[in-house]
Design a protein around this ligand. Structure first.
Ligand code: ZN
Length: 284
C-alpha cells in the first residue's frame, strides 16, 4: 500500500465495521455499493492503487494507477454483481468476490457480510481511488477475490437480475438442445442472467416451490410462471428488507434443518458449484 493511503481521512473503527460484516455481496449489496459510489460523481481521480489481487484481471497492478489518474467520474452503473464507475474516458469495473466491501472513507455501502470478516484491517484494503476533494473509495476484501477491471466486457453477461423482464426470463429458461442444466445452475450462470447469487437463487426456488435439481428444459409452463413471479418478488422483498441474506429460508440453511413453511426436512446438495438447500416437501 502506498504511503498515506489509509492515514488521515479513513475513519472506520473496528466496532462500527462489525455491523457491516455479515453476508456475501450479492446483487443487492453491489447495488448499495453503486449508490454509495454515486457520491463521487463529478470528482476527479488524482491517484489510484491496486494490489496484485485486485489487479489480477489487468495487465499489471500499475495499469490501474496509470489508467485512472486524471479521470473525471461521470456516473455509475451496475450489471449483475459488477459495479461500473463511468468516467470521461474508460469505464472502471469492480467485482467484490466473497467478502469485498466498498467504502468511501468511513462509510460502508452495506449492512452485512455473513461469511465475511467481522473486523476491518488496513491489510485487507486491496486498492482504490483517491479524489481531488481528498476522499478515497476503497475495496476492502480479506478473501482477495475482488477484482478491478478497465472497460469490462458487458457483452458476455446476461440481462441484469434487478430489472429482468418477462421476455428476458423466457430467454433464461429457454433450452434448445436436450433438457439443459438444473434450474439452480442456470440461475447462477452469469451469462444467462447477471446477478443471481447462491442465496438469491435458493430463495427464489424456495418461494416458487421448485426442486433446484429440475432440468431447466423440463420446467412446466406453470413452474415458469411461478418462478418468474418468485424471481421479481424475491428481489423486491429482499431489497426492502435490506440484503440478499434476509430470505425466508435463511434460518434453515444448516444440516438437519426443517422448512419454516411446512416442517419438511431441508435437503442439501452442491448444484452449479454452490451449496444448495431446499425443502423435501414443497419444492418438487
Ligand atoms: Zn417446505
Amino acid at each position: 500500500m502506498p504511503d498515506g493511503w489509509v492515514a488521515g481521512t479513513l475513519l472506520i473503527v473496528e466496532e462500527s465495521f462489525c455491523r457491516y460484516a455479515r453476508s456475501v455481496p450479492e446483487i443487492l449489496e453491489v447495488e448499495s455499493y453503486r449508490e454509495l459510489a454515486n457520491r463521487v460523481v463529478g470528482a476527479t481521480i488524482t491517484r489510484g492503487w491496486a494490489d496484485a489481487y485486485a489487479a489480477k484481471k489487468l495487465n499489471s497492478s500499475q495499469a490501474w494507477a496509470r489508467t485512472v489518474k486524471g479521470l473525471m467520474v461521470t456516473g455509475t452503473s451496475r450489471r449483475g454483481k459488477l459495479l461500473v464507475i463511468e468516467t470521461d474516458s474508460v469505464a472502471l469495473g469492480m467485482r467484490f468476490g466473497m467478502t469485498g466491501v466498498l467504502l468511501i472513507d468511513g462509510e460502508a455501502g452495506i449492512d452485512g457480510l455473513f461469511y465475511g470478516p467481522h473486523s476491518f484491517k488496513q491489510a485487507w484494503i486491496r486498492g482504490g481511488l483517491e479524489f481531488n476533494d481528498g476522499r478515497r473509495l476503497i475495496l476492502h476484501d480479506p478473501r482477495r477475490l475482488g477484482r478491478f477491471e478497465i472497460d469490462p466486457d458487458l457483452e458476455s453477461m446476461g440481462p441484469d437480475a434487478l430489472t429482468l423482464t418477462r421476455s428476458d426470463f423466457d430467454g433464461l429458461v429457454r433450452i434448445t438442445r436436450g433438457v439443459g442444466p438444473a434450474i439452480k445452475a442456470r440461475l447462477l450462470d452469469q451469462s444467462a442472467v447477471a446477478g443471481v447469487g447462491n442465496l438469491l437463487g435458493d430463495e427464489m426456488l424456495f418461494q416458487a416451490g421448485i426442486d433446484p435439481r429440475t432440468p431447466t428444459g423440463l420446467l412446466s409452463t406453470q413452474q415458469k410462471d411461478d418462478l418468474y413471479k418468485a424471481f421479481t418478488s424475491t428481489v423486491r422483498t429482499l431489497k426492502r428488507r435490506g440484503g440478499s441474506h434476509l430470505g425466508d429460508h435463511m434460518d434453515s440453511r444448516f444440516p438437519g434443518a426443517h422448512c419454516p413453511l411446512d416442517g419438511g426436512a431441508m435437503l442439501i446438495e452442491t448444484i452449479g458449484g454452490r451449496t444448495t438447500y431446499w425443502c423435501s416437501i414443497h419444492q418438487v
